[in-house]
Design a protein around this ligand. Sequence first.
Ligand SMILES: C[S@@+](CC[C@H](N)C(=O)[O-])C[C@H]1O[C@@H](n2cnc3c(N)ncnc32)[C@H](O)[C@@H]1O
Length: 361
Amino acid sequence: MGTGLDLPLDTVLVGDCIEMLRRLPPASVHAVFADPPYNLQLKGALRRPDDSLVDAVDDEWDRFADFATYDAFTREWLTECRRVLRKDGTIWVIGAYHNVFRLGTVLQDLGFWILNDVIWRKANPMPNFRGRRFTNAHETLIWASRGQESKYRFNYAAMKALNDDTQMRSDWFIPLCTGGERLRDAAGNKVHPTQKPEALLHRVIMSCTQPGDVVLDPFLGSGTTAAVAKRLNRRFIGIEREPTYAEAALGRLAAVEPVTESAAMTLPSKREQPRIPFGTLVERGLVPPGSRLVDRQRRWTAEVGADGTIRCGRAAGSIHQVGAAVQEAPSCNGWTFWHLERRDGSLRLLDELRMELVGTT
Ligand SMILES: C[S@@+](CC[C@H](N)C(=O)[O-])C[C@H]1O[C@@H](n2cnc3c(N)ncnc32)[C@H](O)[C@@H]1O
């Protein structure tokens, strides 16, 4: 990358994130995921009886002289992230009790608008060795839009679907990154001390982006964000200061096969669904008058009228009214209940036919 304003898509930039972020064009990325240094070296960090750090982060990248130095650093990189974020983009920042409150303050001071704080509850947390505090079993993710007025993306329906048709809550129960997913060197040692689980990034990316969107991670580490973004058919930009981590991330990325765009799509939520009356499908000949509609199990058959109503036995009315009447249900979404039965006997969901009209009406 030069010093200009190109967007280096699907790249791992090796260097200091503040410097690298300054080279990126403004308003160019849809989402940021940032897992910054925890600042564990400060007084109060969790230590084992032998004084080694519990979280095993004893690296140069996690050393800051004091809170003021850490805060100044945080302000700088968050200012740059806000500049490169699109007007309606969102940022995720993850931290533990050592740093997350400081991150939250700076986010608010800079004008980000906090949408949620999500608790990542660890299924298999590290035990507390000294027994002088509670076992530290979670980390906090702050999700914020660029500003209060942002029309940010939240894939509500996709999150609900991912959670067995129940609204996704703000407490996520996900194991630490272990087993085959954990990157190890030839000697079997962990490549990175704080490699995040891919399941966490899967949920983050699916919640606020769509295929083709650009996801930026200024503290890429072992490359988790980039690997999941690539798999989910999103574009990524990663920044990592340590060449060995950047190299590990590149090796990991080379093995990732993106899923197809249709597999990576998110279910549109109600607000995003096109306002197309069923009658428009009839007028346009996609569902001609006289055609047969059936439910998936072919328990009921309805005939389509030229006025956009349907009839099934004694029930007549809209696709929703008749769907509800035949099932003796209080309501029914006719778009996802009825299928057009084609001449060859195959079925086509009305909702899919409606989608074909999007952009043409
Ligand atoms: C908490 S780790 C991120 C781990 C990552 N989420 C993963 O799953 O592997 C923070 C990373 O930020 C890097 N780092 C620290 N300061 C940096 C800076 N100023 N610019 C770029 N990277 C930095 C560290 O080398 C470290 O790999």
